[in-house]
Design a protein around this ligand. Structure first.
Ligand code: ADP
Length: 158
Protein backbone atom coordinates (compact mmCIF):
# COMPACT_ATOMS: atom_id res chain seq x y z
CA UNK A 1 0.00 0.00 0.00
CA UNK A 2 1.27 3.50 -0.77
CA UNK A 3 2.42 5.80 2.01
CA UNK A 4 -0.20 8.15 3.48
CA UNK A 5 1.38 11.61 3.45
CA UNK A 6 -0.16 14.78 4.89
CA UNK A 7 1.26 18.27 4.54
CA UNK A 8 0.74 20.99 7.15
CA UNK A 9 1.59 24.39 5.70
CA UNK A 10 1.88 27.64 7.58
CA UNK A 11 4.11 30.40 8.85
CA UNK A 12 4.86 28.98 12.32
CA UNK A 13 6.54 32.25 13.34
CA UNK A 14 6.96 31.02 16.00
CA UNK A 15 5.54 27.54 16.54
CA UNK A 16 3.12 27.51 19.51
CA UNK A 17 1.61 24.85 21.79
CA UNK A 18 -1.46 25.05 19.52
CA UNK A 19 0.53 24.07 16.40
CA UNK A 20 2.37 21.35 18.34
CA UNK A 21 -0.94 19.81 19.44
CA UNK A 22 -2.19 19.73 15.82
CA UNK A 23 1.11 18.23 14.60
CA UNK A 24 1.05 15.51 17.28
CA UNK A 25 -2.57 14.66 16.47
CA UNK A 26 -1.88 14.85 12.73
CA UNK A 27 1.06 12.46 13.05
CA UNK A 28 -1.37 9.76 14.24
CA UNK A 29 -3.28 10.01 10.94
CA UNK A 30 -0.37 9.54 8.53
CA UNK A 31 2.76 7.58 7.64
CA UNK A 32 4.54 10.88 7.04
CA UNK A 33 3.67 14.47 7.92
CA UNK A 34 5.42 17.22 5.99
CA UNK A 35 5.60 20.48 7.88
CA UNK A 36 5.93 23.10 5.17
CA UNK A 37 7.12 26.56 6.20
CA UNK A 38 6.49 29.34 3.70
CA UNK A 39 9.56 31.42 2.79
CA UNK A 40 7.49 34.59 2.30
CA UNK A 41 8.88 37.17 4.70
CA UNK A 42 6.27 39.52 6.16
CA UNK A 43 6.93 42.79 7.95
CA UNK A 44 6.23 41.53 11.47
CA UNK A 45 8.25 38.29 11.02
CA UNK A 46 10.79 37.48 13.73
CA UNK A 47 12.46 34.29 12.49
CA UNK A 48 13.52 33.31 8.97
CA UNK A 49 11.92 30.17 7.56
CA UNK A 50 15.21 28.29 8.07
CA UNK A 51 15.37 29.38 11.73
CA UNK A 52 11.76 28.27 12.25
CA UNK A 53 12.57 24.89 10.74
CA UNK A 54 15.44 24.37 13.19
CA UNK A 55 13.28 25.44 16.14
CA UNK A 56 10.43 23.12 15.13
CA UNK A 57 12.83 20.19 14.81
CA UNK A 58 13.96 20.95 18.38
CA UNK A 59 10.37 21.03 19.66
CA UNK A 60 8.98 17.86 18.05
CA UNK A 61 10.87 14.61 17.70
CA UNK A 62 9.25 12.13 15.33
CA UNK A 63 10.60 9.90 12.57
CA UNK A 64 7.38 10.57 10.70
CA UNK A 65 7.87 14.36 10.63
CA UNK A 66 9.67 15.96 7.69
CA UNK A 67 10.27 19.71 7.85
CA UNK A 68 10.69 21.73 4.66
CA UNK A 69 10.71 25.39 3.64
CA UNK A 70 9.11 26.38 0.35
CA UNK A 71 8.42 29.25 -2.05
CA UNK A 72 5.23 29.60 -4.02
CA UNK A 73 1.98 27.72 -3.62
CA UNK A 74 1.39 25.10 -0.94
CA UNK A 75 -0.41 22.88 -3.47
CA UNK A 76 2.75 22.80 -5.62
CA UNK A 77 4.85 21.85 -2.60
CA UNK A 78 2.22 19.21 -1.76
CA UNK A 79 2.66 17.70 -5.26
CA UNK A 80 6.48 17.77 -4.91
CA UNK A 81 6.20 15.90 -1.60
CA UNK A 82 3.63 13.42 -2.91
CA UNK A 83 1.14 14.51 -0.24
CA UNK A 84 -2.36 12.99 -0.30
CA UNK A 85 -3.96 15.80 1.70
CA UNK A 86 -3.44 19.17 3.32
CA UNK A 87 -3.73 19.39 7.11
CA UNK A 88 -5.02 22.60 8.67
CA UNK A 89 -6.87 23.50 11.83
CA UNK A 90 -9.76 25.60 13.05
CA UNK A 91 -9.70 27.76 16.17
CA UNK A 92 -12.84 29.85 15.68
CA UNK A 93 -15.40 31.14 13.15
CA UNK A 94 -12.83 33.41 11.54
CA UNK A 95 -10.55 30.43 10.83
CA UNK A 96 -13.58 28.47 9.61
CA UNK A 97 -14.48 31.02 6.93
CA UNK A 98 -10.86 31.44 5.82
CA UNK A 99 -10.04 27.72 5.82
CA UNK A 100 -13.30 26.89 4.01
CA UNK A 101 -12.39 29.12 1.11
CA UNK A 102 -8.69 28.06 1.11
CA UNK A 103 -9.78 24.41 0.97
CA UNK A 104 -12.09 25.13 -1.97
CA UNK A 105 -9.37 27.07 -3.85
CA UNK A 106 -6.81 24.35 -3.24
CA UNK A 107 -9.24 21.63 -4.37
CA UNK A 108 -10.05 23.58 -7.52
CA UNK A 109 -6.39 24.24 -8.28
CA UNK A 110 -4.95 20.82 -7.54
CA UNK A 111 -7.78 18.37 -6.70
CA UNK A 112 -6.27 17.92 -3.24
CA UNK A 113 -8.42 17.49 -0.13
CA UNK A 114 -7.95 19.43 3.12
CA UNK A 115 -8.45 17.80 6.49
CA UNK A 116 -9.15 20.30 9.27
CA UNK A 117 -8.71 19.36 12.91
CA UNK A 118 -10.41 21.42 15.61
CA UNK A 119 -7.98 23.28 17.87
CA UNK A 120 -7.93 21.95 21.43
CA UNK A 121 -9.99 24.33 23.64
CA UNK A 122 -7.00 25.08 25.89
CA UNK A 123 -4.99 26.35 22.89
CA UNK A 124 -7.65 27.85 20.64
CA UNK A 125 -6.92 31.45 21.69
CA UNK A 126 -3.19 31.18 20.88
CA UNK A 127 -1.85 32.79 17.72
CA UNK A 128 1.72 33.31 16.55
CA UNK A 129 0.97 36.96 15.77
CA UNK A 130 -0.07 37.71 19.37
CA UNK A 131 2.93 35.78 20.69
CA UNK A 132 5.16 37.98 18.50
CA UNK A 133 3.49 41.15 19.74
CA UNK A 134 3.74 40.13 23.41
CA UNK A 135 7.38 39.03 23.01
CA UNK A 136 8.30 42.31 21.28
CA UNK A 137 6.86 44.16 24.28
CA UNK A 138 8.94 41.96 26.59
CA UNK A 139 5.88 40.09 27.94
CA UNK A 140 5.82 36.53 29.26
CA UNK A 141 4.87 33.98 26.58
CA UNK A 142 5.66 30.85 28.64
CA UNK A 143 2.04 29.67 28.53
CA UNK A 144 1.99 29.72 24.72
CA UNK A 145 5.33 28.40 23.45
CA UNK A 146 8.05 25.92 24.54
CA UNK A 147 11.11 27.14 26.49
CA UNK A 148 13.43 26.88 23.47
CA UNK A 149 11.22 29.36 21.60
CA UNK A 150 11.32 31.76 24.56
CA UNK A 151 15.11 31.60 24.63
CA UNK A 152 15.33 32.18 20.87
CA UNK A 153 12.81 35.04 20.98
CA UNK A 154 14.90 36.70 23.69
CA UNK A 155 18.14 36.43 21.75
CA UNK A 156 16.49 37.66 18.52
CA UNK A 157 14.73 40.60 20.12
CA UNK A 158 17.48 41.84 22.45
P1 ADP B 1 -0.78 31.00 8.47
O1 ADP B 1 0.17 32.13 8.34
O2 ADP B 1 -0.96 30.15 7.24
O3 ADP B 1 -2.08 31.31 9.18
P2 ADP B 1 0.04 29.77 10.94
O4 ADP B 1 1.38 29.21 11.23
O5 ADP B 1 -0.39 30.94 11.75
O6 ADP B 1 0.05 30.03 9.40
O7 ADP B 1 -1.07 28.66 11.06
C1 ADP B 1 -1.01 27.46 10.34
C2 ADP B 1 -2.18 26.59 10.77
O8 ADP B 1 -2.09 26.39 12.16
C3 ADP B 1 -3.58 27.18 10.50
O9 ADP B 1 -4.44 26.15 10.05
C4 ADP B 1 -4.01 27.68 11.85
O10 ADP B 1 -5.42 27.62 12.00
C5 ADP B 1 -3.33 26.66 12.76
N1 ADP B 1 -3.13 27.20 14.10
C6 ADP B 1 -2.55 28.37 14.43
N2 ADP B 1 -2.57 28.55 15.77
C7 ADP B 1 -3.22 27.45 16.29
C8 ADP B 1 -3.60 27.05 17.62
N3 ADP B 1 -3.37 27.82 18.68
N4 ADP B 1 -4.24 25.88 17.77
C9 ADP B 1 -4.51 25.11 16.70
N5 ADP B 1 -4.21 25.43 15.42
C10 ADP B 1 -3.56 26.59 15.22
Amino acid sequence: MSKRIGIFGGSFDPITFGHIDIIERGLKLVDELVLAIGNQHHKSAIFTAKERAVLIADCIKSDKLKIVTFDGLLVDEAKRCGANFLLRSLRNNQDFEYEKSMAAFNFDMAGIETINLFAAPQYSHISSSLVRQIAKLDGDVAKFVPQIIITSLKSKLN
